[in-house]
Design a protein around this ligand. Structure first.
Ligand code: S3P
Length: 216
């Protein structure tokens, strides 16, 4: 076995260079995949399928926000406004990344606006985690959201008129494309999309799932 101390014969002892705090805390990369994209992109459905294929825990960041706040996303928007929601979203993400540093493999679906906020995108970049932009034609995204609203009564505060929906998508698209990988989801099954993520990222199924932190 190789000696790590540099005290082997003939090797000059090295001067100790103090490590910065960040280097000490993170010795291995976080085992996590973040799904980003607009409303209706299928982040949660693909995330669940991916979690099942890999035996990794799936978490929807919006669920964590609701638990922490003790009210629904629609209530946060309605009673406190979007700026308050963005603050809650950011601190939920900070908390989640802190948990991931403690171990465990997780798939996370971010809400449609989370990755657009520069401070969130920077946090994820600094953490070195893969971010997957799930994209589709805006017509299809709109159709999916309308179908979900009529089928499940899902409330999305930013799902207003079709015109606003299209404009918001156009405004955000450039930010989403900063993700490490982009996948087109149009007309494809969630299982097929999840399988492509596994293959493209070379992800490995784990034998024993570590239930840790706040999960679905
Ligand atoms: C939002 C999208 C929602 C939710 C919130 C804000 C957005 O999540 O986070 O209503 O800004 O696009 P989904 O993308 O899961 O609908």
């Amino acid at each position: 076995m190789k000696k790590r101390s540099g005290k082997a014969a003939g090797v000059k002892p090295r001067t100790r260079v103090p490590l910065k705090r960040a280097q000490v805390v993170r010795s291995s990369p976080l085992q996590a995949v973040f799904l980003v994209g607009f409303m209706g992109a299928g982040k949660s459905s693909v995330g669940r399928a991916l979690g099942q294929q890999l035996n990794w825990v799936f978490e929807d960041l919006d669920d964590r926000i609701e638990r922490r706040e003790g009210r629904s996303i629609a209530e946060i928007f309605g009673n406190s406004g979007e700026a308050a929601f963005r603050c809650a979203e950011h601190s939920a993400l900070v908390q989640l990344l802190e948990e991931l540093r403690g171990g465990g493999a997780r798939i996370i679906a971010l809400g449609g606006g989370a990755f657009v906020q520069k401070e969130n995108a920077s946090l994820l970049k600094a953490a070195g985690v893969p971010t997957i932009f799930l994209d589709a034609a805006v017509d299809e995204l709109w159709q999916r959201c309308c179908l979900q609203a009529s089928k499940t009564g899902a409330e999305r505060p930013l799902l207003r008129s079709e015109k606003q929906f299209r404009e918001l998508y156009q405004t955000r698209r450039k930010s989403y494309s900063q993700a490490s990988t982009t996948l087109q989801t149009g007309g494809r099954s969630v299982d097929a999309i999840a399988a492509e993520i596994v293959e493209r990222l070379g992800l490995k199924r784990i034998a024993i799932r570590q239930e840790q932190g706040e999960v679905e």
